[in-house]
Design a protein around this ligand. Structure first.
Ligand code: IPM
Ligand code: MN
Length: 375
């Protein structure tokens, strides 16, 4: 029997509850498809931080880098200032493991309510490849009060490093700035991933940018997109400004197959994508480094107000678990989990409040695990 070791970071808020259901379903798939997962628990999150002052240590990151796939619940807690846990754990892990693809399927399952009443599961089935390490997410910026200021801003990445020596002079009372950066290597690799993915799907890649205004950074993005697309003459392409694509997602979702986006716009449009497919409770994601350690998580956050209530929908996390299994090479088990989610929805007996039901988180996990086992 194939044995996998998978580190699991349940995190904060509803994280532990949804991860428990994801594990349950993966374990059921293991029983049915002949593999075994040993879960290695990591405590990182708000409680751990408040107790020890540690977010995620270099030693833990190093240890985790020995594994191909990690399973993450969600981070964020009202006892900790916004951004501390998100940046200190989630973004730190994405950058440390150089998970340069954030893969977010937008797929409406049959029987799920969508705000786009006239559309069906055939119309809403695309996938967003969000660049996951650069753009306005590099965390480089600052604030200065009036007068002269010097700042040395440094960015270190696996692929390259960059230093900005800034000489700032202003008579404004105070200014704040944030630097967005994309690199040739970082842009090229995510686009290649998107085109390779499109080759296995409907052979269509849509690029997202705002090259009409932020022309340095996204003009560069466009150039790289053109260069990579030339190596894939069989793949249809188009450019979309980010504001316009939000409109097209709603009006004509059936146009899209693979959508490749810079980090920040990718963050924004995938919440919209999540709504098209029935809400955040149904939307999984994967942070992928094809050669290294990847990390699978729901797109949603830690929903602190629902913590411990056995109320929220575990489907996003269970689906992220299917993506994790696919990444490990268990394609049949992964497809079976998604089909089992689909069956649970069509049976419409066991569902959480967001889907109009009254079942709890664990009942939904039990039901999907049952379908996986029964086949
Ligand atoms: C997401 C989240 C994160 C992001 C936050 C929590 C840092 O919104 O995964 O989409 O902005 O990437
Ligand atoms: Mn987001």
């Amino acid at each position: 029997m194939t044995q996998y070791k998978v580190p699991v970071l349940p995190g904060d808020g509803i994280g532990p509850e949804i991860i428990a259901e994801g594990r349950k379903v993966i374990d059921a798939a293991g029983e049915r498809f002949g593999f075994d997962v040993e879960w290695i628990e990591y405590p990182q999150g708000a409680d751990h931080y408040l107790k020890t002052g540690e977010l995620i240590s270099e030693a833990s990151l190093k240890e985790l880098s020995a594994y191909p796939a990690l399973y993450l619940g969600s981070v964020g807690d009202p006892r900790v200032a916004p951004g501390i846990l998100e940046k200190g754990i989630l973004l730190t892990a994405r950058f440390y493991f150089d998970q340069y693809v954030n893969l977010r399927p937008v797929k409406l399952l049959e029987g799920v309510w969508t705000p786009l009443k006239a559309k069906t599961s055939k119309d809403i089935d695309f996938i967003v490849v969000r660049e996951n390490t650069e753009d306005f997410y590099i965390g480089i910026g600052g604030r200065v009060k009036s007068g002269s200021n010097k700042a040395l801003l440094e960015l270190k990445r696996t692929l390259y490093s960059a230093k900005f020596g800034l000489d700032i002079e202003t008579d404004s009372e105070e200014i704040a700035y944030q630097i967005g950066l994309i690199s040739k290597e970082g842009t090229k690799r995510v686009m290649e991933y998107a085109f390779d993915l499109a080759e296995k799907r409907k052979k269509h890649v849509s690029s997202v940018d705002k090259a009409n205004v932020l022309s340095d950074i996204y003009g560069f993005w466009r150039e790289e997109f053109k260069a990579v697309s030339e190596k894939h003459p069989d793949v249809k392409t188009d450019f979309n400004f980010v504001d316009a694509i939000t409109m097209w997602f709603v009006k004509n979702p059936e146009w899209f197959d693979v959508v490749v986006s810079p980090n920040m716009f990718g963050d924004i449009i995938t919440d919209l994508g999540a709504m098209l497919q029935g809400g955040l409770g149904l939307s999984p994601g994967g942070n992928i480094n094809p050669q290294g350690t990847s990390m699978f998580e729901p797109i949603h956050g830690s929903a602190p107000k629902y913590k411990g209530l056995n109320k929220v929908n575990p489907i996003a996390t269970i689906w992220a678990g299917a993506m994790l299994l696919e990444h490990l090479g268990e394609k049949e088990a992964a497809e079976n989990i998604v089909a089992s989610i689909q069956q649970n929805i069509l049976e419409a007996r066991v569902r959480t409040y967001d889907m109009g039901g009254s079942s709890g988180t664990s009942e939904v996990g039990d039901d999907i695990a049952r379908i996986v086992l029964e086949g």
